[in-house]
Design a protein around this ligand. Structure first.
Ligand code: ADP
Ligand code: MG
Length: 724
């Protein structure tokens, strides 16, 4: 057969070595029995272009015929699987205009009636003579058993005891049983050579993985549920190992190729700062600063993620990091995503560093106070020129700002540390751009980078989303925090008592936030609704109190004025859109009302709620919804204030798609693996990848594995990969 001759040609002199993924990628589908030109076009539309694509089209589920029942044995109320032949199908429209399809089926022991509501397409799908697997709960109706809206999988003439059900495409008319037939043919044709195992045997042995050849067959044609599980585990491991090798390889390459500062991490500036702190560091802060200082003192540039829940004290860690650079006569920068946050950092950091001095030879007294400047887009004219000049001549020690900091006009004399705050929306590429920018300093050394995020990410997801960074976790809140109590509010009487509570807090001198409904589709509508909320509260529930309004369409100056007035306590209530989401710190604010809370995600609500509970007073968060059922998200927030618990919950509720939507390479390679289910596999893969890359950075001893990575990751991914 032509197919086989080509296989042999690819293998050249070696006698039929096992097939690699690249071999499979180069094998065309025309060699599959029954696949003609028309089917090729249809498969192409299905994005199946090679034998590799075909074999990586995994079953969506399986029909386990070993668990099959006979219609004659069905018991009312007990769900069961029957494999049956369609005898007749008829469609009706009910009196209330619903589509109803009735199907009579039989398995030779008895007949069974099936009724579908609102699934008009079943009339065409279930034609006479078709063999299908039906899973559902039999009910007694007019004296005989029937099923309503059961699960139906066409099994065709499939014979195995466990029948794979593939994703089908109505549009291009490829059925599950077509795919099953072609895949089985492909597996049979590949069987003599088998599949190359690119993962080192020692790893396979260590974790008890089956061979790739076994796994490929068993994922499609499992002999038992257990065989399927072993196959999935093995193939999922291959997926996560490849992603980890890519990320760890990229990280190692970057570390190899760039020269960084070796900062001095003890000295008068850092010591003075620590001594002046009005409180002891938390254990987590001590540990984290230790991890960072270890990175800082090594000549390899730091590339570390600091994860810490809201209020865990990240700012202090950031300042301790920046001071190491300043102490050695270099500069530091901290970049925040919004102007409000940059302002906030400027205030907080100036307060923390107010009494510190740095040695200065040009000064008669040998000392000067630190020069800390804020650079955002609203800083203009003379003032801006002044700051830019100070950044360029090195007299600005710490620059605080927004994206304005990485514009072309900003040139640091010697930037030793960069802190990026709240960058959870950024991916690998943005981070590298920041590094490139910073590298333009006169000595060409790469600054140490600390990325801070207040969005806890489950550990496994972090290993993938931030797989190219080291991770430190601030998992301990400073003492003296009062827990925030959270309630779901819906009924009118609850709403009334909520406003009464807000008023009594205001009367006691405390402050409150009211967060307006999120309207993602339109900022204009969101602003209008915030204005409306403001007007309504001023006239009704909070009449007589000083209320401020903050939204995204205000000028920077107006925003700043509103925030300052709230910080000073002159404004008692801040009505705001999500612009207050991150970082705002007003300890006297003890109460938050979130309107239409169902519109927000878990992470967002958690961030918002973190604005209260920052002082000694007991705080309260109200989550208001329109409809009478709290969403699982709201229930999660009421139940827990632990960001990591909530992040796990979020992952469960939303699936990984959303987490991985961060601009991140490698996610498309995860087909069988799941960030949620495969925690253990991901940890193993991470450890294995670190070990492999350490011993053999270019994978020269594992050419097949390396070739697989080259094949599966795009050119842009490869830029980072194993360039020696
Ligand atoms: P984050 O940025 O992680 O949300 P912050 O850095 O804003 O948290 O810190 C929150 C509050 O906790 C600040 O008011 C800060 O002064 C205070 N804080 C930080 N570290 C400690 C500590 N070790 N002990 C007591 N309070 C602390
Ligand atoms: Mg912060």
């Amino acid at each position: 057969m032509a197919a086989d001759s080509r296989c042999i040609r690819t293998s050249s002199a070696l006698s039929n070595p096992p097939l690699t993924l690249r071999d499979l990628d180069q094998l065309g589908l025309e060699r599959i029995k029954g696949v003609g030109p028309k089917t090729l076009v249809a498969l192409e539309a299905f994005e199946v272009r090679s034998i590799l694509d075909l074999l990586e089209t995994y079953p969506r589920r399986y029909v386990d015929r070993t668990n099959m029942a006979m219609i004659a044995d069905l018991v009312e109320g007990v769900p069961a699987l029957v494999v049956v032949t369609v005898e007749s199908t008829s469609a009706f429209t009910t009196r209330n205009n619903k589509k109803m399809v009735k199907v009579a089926v039989s398995d030779g022991t008895k007949r069974l009636n099936i009724t579908f509501f609102n699934q008009g397409w079943r009339e065409k799908q279930l034609y006479k003579g078709l063999e299908v697997a039906v899973f559902g709960k039999p009910e007694l109706f007019n004296g005989s058993l029937q099923m309503t809206n059961p699960l139906v999988d066409p099994v065709g003439k499939a014979t195995g005891r466990i029948v794979p059900i593939y994703p089908q495409s109505e549009k291009v008319r490829i059925s599950s049983s077509d795919l099953a037939t072609w895949i089985e043919d492909a597996l049979n044709k590949c069987a003599p050579r088998g599949f190359a195992d690119t993962v080192p045997q020692s790893l396979l042995d260590e974790h008890g993985f089956i061979s790739r050849s076994e796994a490929m067959r068993a994922i499609h044609l499992p002999e038992s549920i257990e065989a399927h599980q072993n196959a999935r585990r093995r193939l999922a491991f291959d997926e996560v190992l490849r992603v980890q090798l890519m990320l760890v390889g990229k990280k190692a390459q970057w570390e190899r190729e760039s020269a960084g500062f070796s900062h001095e991490t003890s000295g008068h500036l850092i010591d003075g700062f620590m001594k002046a702190l009005p409180f002891p560091l938390t254990g987590a802060q001590k540990r984290t600063i230790g991890e960072i200082y270890k990175d800082l003192s090594s000549g390899t540039p730091m590339h570390r993620l600091l994860q810490g829940d809201v209020g865990s004290g990240k700012t202090l860690v950031a300042v301790a990091t920046m001071l190491a650079s300043v102490q050695g006569g270099h500069q530091a920068a901290i970049m925040a995503p919004t102007e409000v946050l940059a302002d906030q950092h400027a205030l907080g950091i100036r307060a923390l560093l107010a009494s510190l001095t740095v040695s200065d030879d040009s000064n008669l007294f040998g000392d000067r106070t630190l020069r800390i400047e804020l650079l955002t887009n609203k800083v203009t004219g003379e003032q801006r020129r002044n700051i830019l000049a100070g950044i360029a001549d090195g007299s600005v020690d710490i620059a605080i700002g927004t994206h304005a900091l990485i514009q072309d006009s900003v040139n640091f004399k010697s930037l030793g540390v960069v802190v990026v705050d709240e960058q959870h929306r950024f991916g690998v590429e943005q981070r590298s751009r920041l590094r490139d920018k910073a590298q333009e300093s006169e000595h060409g050394l790469v600054p140490d980078v600390l990325v801070m995020t207040a969005t806890p990410i489950p550990r496994t997801a972090a290993m993938t989303v931030y797989g190219d960074l080291d991770v430190s976790v601030l998992d301990e809140l400073p003492p003296g925090r009062t827990p925030i109590s959270t309630s779901w509010v819906h009924a009118p009487i609850e709403i009334e008592s909520m406003w009464a509570d807000v008023r009594s807090r205001l009367d006691a001198g405390e402050q409150a936030y009211v967060v307006c409904p999120l309207i993602e589709e339109s900022e204009k509508l969101e602003v209008a609704s915030a204005q409306e909320t403001f007007d309504q509260l001023s006239a009704q529930d909070l009449a007589g109190y000083t209320i401020g309004l903050l939204h995204g369409r205000m000028s920077s100056a107006d925003k700043e004025a509103v925030m300052n007035s709230f910080r000073s306590g002159a404004t008692q209530v801040l009505v705001a859109t999500t612009v207050i989401e991150v970082g705002v710190d007003v300890p006297n604010a003890t109460c938050m009302v979130v309107l239409d809370a169902n519109r927000f995600g878990i992470a967002q609500l958690h961030q918002l709620r973190g604005r209260v509970g920052r002082g000694k007073l007991l705080s309260q968060c109200y989550l208001m919804t329109q409809n009478g059922e709290p969403s699982p998200r709201i229930e999660a927030l009421v139940a827990s204030t632990d960001g990591f618990v909530l992040a796990e919950e979020d992952l469960k509720l939303r699936g990984e798609g959303t987490i991985m939507s961060v601009n991140q390479k490698g996610q498309s390679d995860l087909t069988l693996a799941s960030l949620q289910r495969d925690l253990e596999l991901i940890q193993w893969a991470r450890d294995a990848a670190v070990g492999i890359i350490q011993a053999d950075p270019n994978l020269s001893d594992l050419p097949l594995l390396r070739d697989e990575l080259d094949l599966l990751f795009s050119d842009t991914d490869e830029e980072f990969l194993f360039k020696s």
